[in-house]
Ligand binder design. Structure first.
Ligand code: V47
Ligand code: SF4
Length: 386
């Protein structure tokens, strides 16, 4: 992929002096302000934002596009909370459409990957009132006993806040316990939009923004890295998105513990916000681009392919994205239940590699912490691997 040149970005005839000065700052690797970030959303054309984001992406990662080999375990979709955007959760008393895996079933999923070259298990689910801290700590230990080398990326801050509160332990104590049992990192879910008024309308009863940020900050201080997400394309404004990213950027300045930033597009099927139309692909791409430009202290911006589909994922690689998550298998239901095109999200390694190569980029398998596992640039597949 030919990188955008500075001249190409700045020669856009429609670019205002204000946008030009923001672009020049970003190119000089100077931090742009929240007001400048909001202006990018409001005034930047898709071409301009894409050119600038792609320039930054190329400077950081060249054509490299990261993915990993992982699988998801979703222990339950029973949840004590009532997020209006969620198509996935069921209340304890609601039997239809709910599931609850017991420990044996979860460990059997882990065993089913014996001999397969996965490097990560991503554990996330509803907040079940009866699955507590001790249960999950022991579960992590048992997973590690079966598969000692696997990276356990588990439990959103929402799940953690609830399990620590129920167990009457502080955040640090709870995280230390989980770490001692083998927890390696935290996924980025539950962040949604930090603005308190928006949060009140879309997910009033779960952990607050400050609690989410405090849990991640404590985790980072204990040597547990994490991801950060942002749920966009519902009732929030551009200023809310920038405020969200700014709170993450400030936390990252303090700890450096975030691996990657993951914008999550709101999908509107079968949830209490289904009257809100989904945003366009143009908006998705602009959002990736502004994220890449604004989040100057985040090494990676991830497009989560099961949520946006494979074609938009390929496009996103020219709008600042350098990571597309993993092979995943068909074990995640969060997006298929919310209306994503892929009902059984699963791509083999060859399919992921081809997806990246066909978009003109260089596929690199990484582990959770972005150590390179295999560079697939010139790799020839003998036969379809598992
Ligand atoms: O927090 C729920 C989102 C998140 C909908 O860390 C929805 O590597 C869109 O955080 N439309 C959970 N989004 C998933 C998550 C995640 C996913 C992939 C990778 C990582 C990582 C983390 O899913 C929730 C919420 O923001 N979500 N419902 C919906 N209707
Ligand atoms: Fe529960 Fe998570 Fe769904 Fe909210 S998004 S209702 S916390 S499963």
């Amino acid at each position: 992929m030919k990188p955008s040149t500075i001249e190409q970005i700045l020669s856009d005839i429609h670019i205002s002096p204000e946008l030009k000065s923001i672009a020049e700052k970003a190119i000089r690797k100077e931090r742009i302000t929240p007001a400048e970030g909001t202006r990018l959303y409001e005034e930047g054309s898709l071409g301009f934002l894409g050119g600038l984001a792609n320039y930054i992406r190329q400077q950081r990662h060249d054509d490299k596009t990261f993915f990993n080999r992982n699988f998801h375990v979703e222990p339950t979709n029973i949840c004590v909370f009532d997020c209006k955007f969620c198509s996935y959760s069921r209340l304890l008393k609601q039997k239809e459409g709910s599931w609850e895996l017991n420990e044996t079933q979860i460990l059997d999923i882990v065993r089913s990957y014996d001999g397969k070259p996965v490097t990560e298990v991503h554990i996330v689910g509803g907040v079940h009132p009866k699955m507590g801290l001790q249960y999950f700590a022991e579960l992590v230990s048992k997973i590690k006993a079966i598969r000692p080398g696997i990276h356990v990326k588990a439990f959103t801050a929402v799940e953690l806040e609830y399990m620590f509160r129920k167990a009457k332990v502080g955040v640090q104590e709870g995280l230390e316990l989980l770490k001692a049992h083998g927890l390696d990192s935290l996924p980025g879910g539950g962040a949604e939009i930090f603005d308190e008024q928006v949060r009140e309308q879309i997910c009033a009863d779960k952990c607050t923004s400050q609690e989410w940020l405090d849990i991640h900050e404590t985790a980072h201080k204990l040597g547990i890295p994490s991801n950060a997400t942002m749920l966009y394309g519902h009732i929030e404004t551009y200023a809310h998105r920038i405020d969200h990213m700014n709170r993450l950027r400030e936390l990252q300045d303090r700890t450096g513990g975030f691996n990657t930033f993951i914008p999550l597009k709101f999908r509107n099927k079968d949830n209490q916000m289904e009257n809100i139309p989904e945003v366009s692909v143009v908006e998705d791409l602009k959002n990736y681009a502004v994220s890449r430009i604004f989040m100057d202290n985040f090494a990676h911006v991830k497009a989560y392919w099961p949520m946006i589909g494979q074609t938009t994922t390929q496009l996103a690689l020219s709008f600042g994205v350098d990571d597309i998550d993993g092979t995943i298998d068909d074990t995640t239901k969060i997006y298929s239940m919310a209306g994503a095109e892929d009902q059984n999200p699963k791509l083999s390694t060859k399919q992921l590699v081809d997806l990246i190569k066909h978009a003109g980029r260089r596929p690199v398998e990484r582990d959770t912490l972005y150590n390179v596992v295999t560079d697939y640039s010139d790799y020839v597949f003998a036969e379809e691997p598992a």
